[in-house]
Write a protein that binds this ligand. Structure first.
Ligand code: ADP
Ligand code: ADP
Length: 226
């Protein structure tokens, strides 16, 4: 079954063509969106997360059409998005930040939501840090707070924008372990500019360059292709 199906996506920022006629299909498991800086990765992930409408093309996400308000709402309830800049309020504690994102996802029952916030902080190994302020946390811990926020509500699809950028090698390895675990039982789409990361983590890969899809297949096929 396909989790995302995109056909002919095109997006321009003024005179810059960020995406041109992008088509791909995303299946279960962990998929890497690989490409250099400026390839259009963030733009494509924002479109999938329904944060940005494409100029042209059609998209189905978890069986919904994001062109309608009901379709966008259905996607947002079942999708967790880790943006490159999560918009932290540095004065919030880890718990408060994740709770705030959970409210935005319309987890309205306070008791159930607080249980969910505890669960996701535990899932990323941050139970002990829940009361610490974001500003006092290391880069790796902040990244895990943002991941916990993306996990709130147990989404079927996780969209992660360059999740290991800015982490030191040890933090990067730990973060990868967390992502590999999360990929069990749900779909993950993560962007990266590191081929090595795709080889280590992903069952499938889509290569984007200059706003165009250059390859779609398994990491093994990509290695053979290159
Ligand atoms: P990536 O995530 O692969 O680095 P982006 O999707 O961020 O790629 O950017 C794709 C292209 O669009 C780049 O040329 C970038 O400079 C341009 N771009 C991205 N965001 C904007 C924006 N808000 N306004 C103008 N140009 C943008
Ligand atoms: P809403 O709360 O109605 O979803 P938003 O401000 O969050 O409004 O969304 C703004 C725009 O996002 C909508 O006008 C809609 O056109 C658009 N949108 C987001 N993703 C897509 C998509 N994949 N296809 C078409 N429209 C989209």
């Amino acid at each position: 079954t396909s989790v995302v199906h995109a056909s002919g996506l095109t997006l321009r920022y003024g005179r810059t063509a960020a995406l041109t006629d992008v088509s791909f299909t995303l299946y279960d498991g962990v998929t890497g969106l690989l490409g250099p800086n400026g390839a259009g990765k963030t733009t494509l992930l924002r479109i999938v997360a329904t944060a940005l409408p494409p100029d042209q093309g059609t998209l189905s996400v978890l069986g919904n059409d994001p062109r309608t308000p009901a379709g966008r709402l259905a996607v947002r309830r079942r999708l967790g998005y880790l943006p490159q800049d999560p918009g932290f309020h540095p004065g919030f504690t880890a718990f408060e930040f994740v709770d705030y994102v959970a409210i935005l996802k319309e987890l309205t029952d306070r008791r159930a939501r607080h249980q969910e916030v505890s669960r996701v902080l535990d899932a990323v190994g941050l139970s002990g840090q829940r009361g610490r302020r974001i500003r006092a946390l290391s880069g790796g811990m902040r990244q895990r707070v943002a991941l916990a926020a993306a996990l709130a509500g147990d989404p079927d699809l996780l969209v992660l924008d360059e999740p290991t950028v800015g982490l030191d090698p040890e933090q990067r390895l730990r973060f990868r372990e967390v992502i590999a675990e999360l990929g069990e039982g749900r779909s993950v789409l993560l962007s990266t500019h590191q081929t090595e990361e795709v080889m280590a983590l992903c069952q499938r890969v889509v290569v984007l360059d200059g706003g165009t899809v250059r390859f779609e297949g398994t990491p093994a096929d990509l290695a053979a292709h290159a």
